[in-house]
Design a protein around this ligand. Structure first.
Ligand code: FAD
Length: 551
């Protein structure tokens, strides 16, 4: 693997010298540093590097280059190096200036750059390097080179190897897939003797051969046994809402168990960059947010049970008994339901059969590298579909966004509509639906129908990403937990008169129709379906749990 490059471009020699000093002093052991004083020279160099098959991890550009905005140059970089992190260097005096802020927002939302960064100060400037390290980590994540990555080694992309990748994705664990016969696969397995594929090669060198879900669960967390361990708080679901409840619950002294049928992070792990979460002005990937939240809860003392699905719940002598698909049973004095929601499925049998083999539900972040240079379709008209299309366009030859509504802006934020319009390899097919498809072991074709004329067209397609609305994970709940017609859990003031009568008192804000059971995040009727609101509800729930436990 060639040594990746860090490139800085500035036409002010003093400023360029400062950046060069910082880059060379800190990163030259692991990266090649190349500093250039003009956009023309930089573009020519990038062209040569791309032709030579080199890799560029980071490009830093001054705010103004030869009288033009540096973002114009950064926008060009995407074409040659789609994974390179493109950063605009901003002078201290411009931070807080509304015009500079508006220009940065505009460039970010049009995908012309990835980040901005305050120019370095006198060395050592740890703040500058903290940001540079986070950009390099984002690049490594996108290139599947993140530290402590788990390697999935399989003989093919699909089948159990695909399932294992999905499991790791849902655990927010950095991972990459290697074909056993590839150079890297062979190098990793050198001298290992015959193996049962697929393999999970852990960062510490430990190897699990064709592991079952139960084996992975056991290797990574607590196993809930059938003997009914006691906890103050049992949280069902480790998405942002559940993780927040875990952090606040455990930090406030509650003996807390978090159970998830997958790992940590929930839906958020499929978002490559969450830009609207408080405190992350440069955005944060859902996986990174989940990893941080998990560690926070773990250090406060929360226990985690992975890949164990909660299948039933009942009230018994003032406690809540929670049963799992594994036969495990746990008793909580209070329970927080945080099972979130997932995408609705497309009702096309031929495409269902290709799930994981070119057809993916909401998994754009994890599968994006698979679609490099290919024809990709995304179905959906909401923000998540728009984000997926923009993200996939970095990898794919072309992304076609299939939207049922006649106009894209019917269900999507204005900034995303603009970003899609600005991305040359995204095409929008409004007023259309996917009604069929086929493939021999992997998706090959789709059938698209124009909803107005009824006309159908068969097109070549390598991957289909479906982002078509949410369904709450509540089918297992007993009828005593009141839900709306779509299955979302009713809480507090939304409970019906019947439920209120059964409860016999005014419910707490996030309390369900079963006393001691609360619901937070996307699973809750009327929830906002955002990371911040899920996190907020998770924290509020803990205050309510204290009230329940001391009542
Ligand atoms: C592609 C994408 C991009 C997004 N981008 C943004 C964004 O930029 N900004 C933003 O604010 N929001 C964004 N969202 C929305 C955000 O991710 C969700 O609102 C948030 O994750 C909801 O959190 P939650 O904890 O309520 O549920 P979820 O994240 O859905 O987590 C629920 C968890 O419960 C587990 N679970 C379900 N049933 C069971 C069971 N029976 N037993 C055990 N465990 C169970 C699941 O495995 C899952 O881990 C995005 C969503 C997607 C899909």
């Amino acid at each position: 693997m060639s040594v990746p490059l860090l490139i800085a471009v500035d036409d002010d020699p003093d400023l360029l010298r400062d950046v060069e000093r910082e880059l060379r002093n800190r990163y030259e052991a692991d990266y090649r540093v190349c500093c250039l004083s003009s956009t023309a020279e930089a573009l020519a160099t990038l062209d040569e590097l791309a032709t030579a098959g080199e890799d560029v991890a980071l490009v830093l550009a001054g705010e103004v280059l030869a009288g033009a905005p540096g973002t114009g140059f950064l926008a060009e970089v995407r074409r040659l190096f789609p994974h390179a992190q493109r950063v605009l260097l901003v002078g201290w005096g411009h931070l807080g200036d509304p015009r500079t802020g508006a220009a940065i927002f505009e460039a970010l939302s049009r995908g012309r750059m990835d980040h901005y960064l305050l120019r370095s100060s006198r060395p050592p400037d740890e703040q500058f390097h903290l940001a540079i390290s986070s950009f390099l980590l984002a690049w490594a994540d996108a290139r599947r080179r993140a530290p402590h990555s788990v390697n999935v080694v399989g003989e093919s992309w699909s089948g159990r190897a695909y399932e294992l990748r999905e499991v790791l994705e849902r655990c927010a664990l950095p991972h990459r897939f290697l074909l056993a016969g590839s150079d890297e696969g062979r190098a990793l397995l050198a001298g290992a003797g015959p193996r049962r594929f697929p393999l999970l090669v852990m960062p510490d060198g430990n190897v699990l051969e064709d592991p079952s879900d139960a084996e992975i669960a056991k290797a990574s967390g607590t196993t809930v046994e059938p003997d009914g361990d006691q906890y103050d708080l049992v949280i069902v679901g480790n998405g942002p809402a559940g993780l927040s409840a875990a952090v606040y619950g455990a930090s406030e002294g509650l003996r807390t168990l978090c159970i998830d049928s997958g790992g940590v992070g929930g839906q958020a792990t499929s978002s490559s960059s969450i830009r609207n979460y408080l405190g992350f002005p440069r955005g944060v990937s859902g996986g990174e947010l989940a990893r941080r939240a998990y560690e926070q809860a773990w250090v406060f003392g929360a226990h985690f049970a992975y890949m164990q699905r909660v299948t039933n719940l009942r009230r018994e002598r003032g406690d809540i008994v929670v049963g799992l698909n594994t036969g495990g049973v746990v008793v909580g004095r209070a329970v927080v339901l945080a099972m979130g929601a997932s995408y609705r499925r497309l009702d096309v049998a031929a495409l269902e059969a290709l799930h994981g083999a070119g057809v993916f539900y909401g998994a754009a972040a994890s599968e994006a590298p698979v679609v490099s240079g290919e024809e990709v379709y995304v179905v959906g008209g909401a923000n998540s579909a728009g984000q997926a299309a923009v993200h996939l366009a970095r990898y794919a030859k072309r992304v076609t966004l299939v939207v049922r509504a006649a106009r894209l802006d019917a269900g999507m934020s204005h900034y995303l509509v603009r970003q899609i319009e600005e991305t040359p390899n995204i095409e929008v097919r409004a007023g259309s639906a996917v009604v069929g498809g086929d493939g021999d072991g992997w998706l090959e074709h789709l059938v698209l129908r124009d909803r107005a004329s009824g006309e159908e067209e068969r097109v070549g397609a390598y991957a289909l990403f479906l982002m078509i609305g949410a369904r709450p994970h509540t089918e297992w709940l007993p009828p005593t937990v009141e839900r709306d017609p779509d299955g979302f859990v009713m809480t507090g003031a939304d409970l019906s008169d019947d439920a209120l009568r059964a409860l016999g008192r005014r419910p707490l804000a996030l309390e369900t129709s079963v006393p001691g059971v609360l619901a937070v995040g996307d699973v809750r009727h009327g929830s906002v379906k955002r990371v911040a609101s899920a996190v907020g509800e998770g924290s509020i729930a803990i205050q309510l749990v204290h009230r329940l436990l001391t009542a």
